[in-house]
Design a protein around this ligand. Structure first.
Ligand SMILES: Cc1cc2nc3c(=O)[nH]c(=O)nc-3n(C[C@H](O)[C@H](O)[C@H](O)COP(=O)(O)OP(=O)(O)OC[C@H]3O[C@@H](n4cnc5c(N)ncnc54)[C@H](O)[C@@H]3O)c2cc1C
Length: 473
């Protein structure tokens, strides 16, 4: 199939239309009022469908009554994209079937509410995996990952979610269901590129263009061997220079990921395991090396590079085998999880966690981080913890603003940083999307005609603006 196929989802003849309960119970509404962003918005009602027809029924009713609907998966959004105080919160968690795994074609067809962790456990028995790996994979859904175009540490090697979506089944604002599949053409000059592949409209649309019901995903064969390496450095500039050198030698190193933890982030990760497994240091790079073809992960090349780049070679730790790699992933996940918890503790005082998601071309990362630190200091923002996907030029700065004043100083520092990042050829959001919290920064990056083109697509697919109001635009 080379063009989007439209399927109208009528209820089967004689069968009563399946409607999920749309509840206004305060306890249920409160259960869906928060995501990982620190924003709290209580929905007017909550719908928890278990089947496509129920999603369609909610959307039809919403269109008839002009009630907004915001889709939600695991609610791990860091931008307030999955919470709303306007209309119905539509939780897709009940659509949780793994419909089909084809080990020969290396594809999986799944409903939107399947957790990424469950998907990976299901396909592991075939020696396969779904490559995008947000560190929240045990809490976030396929629908959410598609809607945010989520990425993660391994994106450095495999690309973000967009690259792994083959087809989508989507319910539009009025309840019409369409199925869109990538055209698979090697050449195509028919019309504007933005209309060539409707799969791309929905990937990264943050719930604003349609509700993802099912996704057909491509899977990859698991590498024969992966070794995790924790490489400690005395200073941040040394660690960041190592990252550039490793990327430049990528072809010979079998790099799977290149993650960075500054001194404070490393302290959080070490505390999560009682100091075990990771050395204390001024900065740490966590890398994964995998086999290159039939050749084992080139550990000697990694260690030689580490030594040349001033790593504390005697303190390098290796994580070998799936249980050890799981511990390494847990250490890395501990940092955002801890920061989210700390941020929540200051909500009553008007504070919260502020997290950046900017990225720059990777060679400019050291310059960008140094500048961001200076700006935060000068503006008396909360001191940032810096960690993340440095191999992609993509760190997260997490600030814990303890009250409303510190929050406003921190946001001013972030805005100044984003302007500098854009001047370096960067982006204001590399993987978490825009949601509600980063909306005011989108016009810094896009010229008016780009925003107008996005609004035109939104108007065409959702003329009454009912889907995920307040996200992105
Ligand atoms: C500790 C932690 C670590 C994280 N690490 C990473 C990381 O490494 N990389 C990364 O990219 N992200 C990361 N995230 C962010 C987040 O987990 C991902 O973006 C995730 O993919 C969101 O999935 P979800 O199911 O939680 O979606 P939700 O938070 O529920 O929703 C996110 C957005 O998707 C929309 N949406 C959800 N389901 C659907 C659907 N079925 N149809 C249409 N729209 C839908 C919502 O409206 C919203 O706009 C992290 C978050 C946390 C808390």
């Amino acid at each position: 199939m080379t063009s989007p196929r439209v399927i109208t989802a009528e209820p089967s003849e004689g069968a009563p239309e399946r409607r999920p309960e749309v509840t206004t119970d305060p306890a249920v509404r409160a259960a869906f009022e928060a995501d990982a962003s620190g924003l709290r918005l209580v929905p007017d009602a909550v719908a928890r469908p278990h089947a496509e027809e129920e999603v369609v029924a909610v959307l039809r009713q919403s269109a008839a009554e002009r009630t907004p609907v915001t889709a939600a998966g695991g609610q791990t959004s860091t931008t307030g994209a999955s919470v709303t105080d306007r209309g119905v919160l539509l939780s897709l968690r009940g659509l949780d079937r793994i419909i089909d795994v084809d080990p020969v074609a290396r594809t999986a067809r799944v409903e939107a509410g399947v957790l990424l962790g469950d998907l990976n456990r299901a396909v592991a028995e075939h020696g396969l995996f779904f490559a995008p790996d947000p560190t929240s994979e045990e809490e976030c859904t396929v629908g959410g990952a598609v809607a945010c175009n989520a990425s993660g540490p391994r994106t450095l090697c495999y690309g973000a979610t967009r690259a792994h979506v083959l087809a989508l089944r989507v319910a539009l604002a009025g309840g019409e269901v369409i199925e869109v599949r990538r055209p698979g053409l090697e050449k195509n000059t028919a019309g504007y590129a933005l209309a060539h592949d409707p799969v791309d409209w929905f990937v990264g649309s943050e719930g604003t263009l349609g509700v993802v019901l099912e996704a057909e995903l491509s899977l990859l064969p698991q590498p024969a061997q992966v070794i995790g390496l924790a490489l400690p450095f005395t200073t941040e500039p040394d660690a960041l220079a190592f990252i550039v050198a490793a990327r430049e030698a990528a072809a010979s190193l079998g790099i799977r990921c290149l993650e960075y933890l500054d001194r404070d982030a490393l302290g959080i990760a070490r505390a999560a395991v009682g100091g075990e497994g990771l050395p204390a240091a001024g900065a740490l790079v966590y890398a994964e090396a995998m086999n290159v073809g039939d050749v084992e992960p080139p550990l000697d090349a990694w260690l030689a590079l580490a030594e040349r780049q001033q790593a504390r070679a005697d303190d390098v730790r290796a994580f070998e085998g799936e249980p050890a790699l799981r511990i390494a992933r847990r250490l890395r996940h501990a940092v955002p999880a801890y920061m989210n918890e700390r941020g929540a503790a200051y909500r009553a005082a008007g504070g919260r966690k502020v997290s950046t998601d900017w990225a720059v071309p990777f060679r400019r990362l050291a310059e960008a981080i140094a500048l961001a630190r200076q700006i935060a200091l000068r503006r008396a923002a909360a001191p940032p913890v810096v960690y993340g996907h440095a191999g992609n030029g993509h760190p997260h700065q997490n600030f814990i603003a303890r009250d409303a004043d510190e929050l406003s100083r921190t946001e001013a520092a972030v805005e100044e940083t984003l302007r500098a990042v854009l001047a370096m050829g960067g982006t204001v959001s590399a993987e978490h999307g825009i949601g509600k919290l980063k909306r005011r920064w989108l016009p810094l990056q896009m010229i008016p005609v780009q925003l107008a083109a996005m609004r035109a697509v939104k108007r065409e697919l959702d003329p009454h603006g009912l889907l995920a109001p307040g996200n992105v635009l």
